[in-house]
Design a protein. Structure first.
Length: 452
């Protein structure tokens, strides 16, 4: 048996699963089945408890968290016997690294209002509401890589599958704000437009409905792609029905859940100090009807930002420059499309331009290509992709992608290029969410504190 004596788990242990081995060893020694052991679920309970332990919501997690913490302590301290009692401060010290994560360090101590972060991604909603003084009491995300980025930045592991009733039951009741950028693929104009007939993702709105009905947040703040407004419901065979998906959503929120829900509004991120043309539809609601009619923000007063305001300073690594072979493929593709009267193909952005909508995958990068002469030695590198292009065309860096969505530079990027592009492409434009949230909180007479 391997001996362990770990007083403080590293971030890699907590958010990367580095402590799974000692726990599996401990479980085997105690003849406990390890097949269904879910390390991430344990860490979600523990980290949610520790970040909220001094507040009422933290007590909801305490009964589950303390026995789990003791189990992890004994699995990483093999000198301890089962009958030994471990002091609470020792248990908490084991997980102390969750308090030394970059975004948490910026917003620790927030308590102006509470919020829930569903379909959390890497935490764009969370940052926006924390910048207004909010404290997150529950987060949920299904994607494993996104959960890791979330944990390493925010110091908490999101719960997993939100369709799981056990996960739903852990959400505190009566929070101030419920946020959800619920999956947009079924409603996207670029997708199959299956809407609620999408068996995997379309029905997730119904899980969201059940959560709102059970927990009754004071405010709901939802975001999706504009295609949500035009798509029609479909039957099980995929045939279009008369009603639109958005009408179903609004009927549920207004008539079944009895929330005051103004008509949805499409907002463009470029009006809110984000250097990107990005239209997204917002759906908001109040549990109690406010005294005034809600007005969506327009972005008035925000200083316009363009790509030059957020581009990398100095020389960008050669790995971001396209190979000559691939670049010429894009050139030929665009020429062929234009010859047929179509506007498809790559796009470049200059310092005075707004970026085009960040999208997941290669096509999203090809809509935001940069001409960058800063690296004059780019073609002298020995690149495994072959000769690099002579027009100095490169893709956005991960940091530029983050800034295009309004992520602050204290948000750290722990994943490789492909994962980072996907995570930021799937995220929200933080300044837009923040401004919408601000107007909702003000109309709902909920305190805010600017902690940018």
């Amino acid at each position: 048996m391997k001996q362990y004596n770990i007083d403080i788990l590293s971030k890699k242990d907590i958010f990367g699963g580095g402590v799974v081995a000692p726990m599996r060893q401990w479980l085997n020694l105690h003849n406990i089945e390890t097949k269904d052991y879910e390390y991430s679920a344990d860490m979600a309970i523990i980290t949610h408890y520790l970040q909220n332990k001094d507040c009422p919501e933290g007590q909801l997690y305490r009964e589950e968290a303390l026995p789990l913490m003791e189990r992890y302590y004994k699995s990483t301290h093999t000198k301890f016997k089962d009958e030994d009692v471990v002091a609470t401060d020792q248990l908490e010290k084991l997980f102390a690294e969750i308090y030394d994560t970059p975004v948490y360090n910026q917003h620790k101590g927030n308590n102006a209002f509470t919020f829930v972060d569903l379909f959390a991604g890497i935490g764009g909603f969370r940052i926006a509401l924390e910048q207004l003084g909010g404290r997150c009491v529950y987060a949920s995300e299904f994607d494993i890589t996104a959960k890791k980025s979330y944990g390493l930045n925010h110091g908490v592991v999101p719960f997993g599958d939100i369709t799981n009733q056990e996960n739903k039951d852990r959400i505190p009741e009566g929070v101030d704000v419920l946020c959800a950028g619920f999956p947009c693929q079924p409603f996207s104009l670029a997708g199959l437009r299956k809407g609620f007939s999408d068996e995997k993702k379309g029905t997730l709105f119904y899980d969201l409905r059940d959560i709102i009905a059970a927990k009754r947040p004071r405010i709901i703040l939802l975001e999706n792609v504009p295609g949500l407004l035009s798509i029609h419901n479909k039957d099980e065979e995929g045939n279009s029905l008369q009603g639109k998906t958005i009408d179903t959503i609004l009927h549920i929120l207004r008539n079944e859940l009895n929330y005051y829900v103004p008509d949805p509004k499409v907002l463009n991120a470029c009006h809110f100090g984000v250097p990107q043309n990005r239209d997204r539809v917002f759906i908001v609601g109040f549990r109690e009807h406010p005294n005034e009619t809600y007005q969506y923000p327009t972005g008035e007063g925000f200083k316009k930002k363009h790509f030059g305001d957020i581009r990398e300073d100095g020389v960008v690594d050669a790995k971001y420059y396209m190979s000559e072979r691939y670049w010429q493929t894009l050139v030929r593709h665009k020429e062929a499309q234009h010859s047929q009267g179509r506007g498809y193909g790559y796009r470049t952005i200059g310092n005075d331009d707004f970026g085009h909508t960040l999208m997941v995958g290669g096509m999203g990068l090809e809509r935001n290509l940069v001409v960058d002469f800063a690296n004059d030695k780019v073609n002298q590198s020995n690149d495994p992709r072959g000769e690099l292009n002579h027009d100095h065309i490169r893709v956005l860096t991960e940091r530029e992608c983050a800034r295009m969505q309004g992520f602050p530079d204290y948000f750290e990027i722990f994943v490789g290029k492909s994962s980072a592009y996907k995570q930021f492409g799937n995220s929200v434009a933080i300044p837009v969410v923040k401004e919408v949230a601000r107007t909702l909180l003000e109309l709902g007479h909920i305190d805010i504190i600017n902690v940018d």
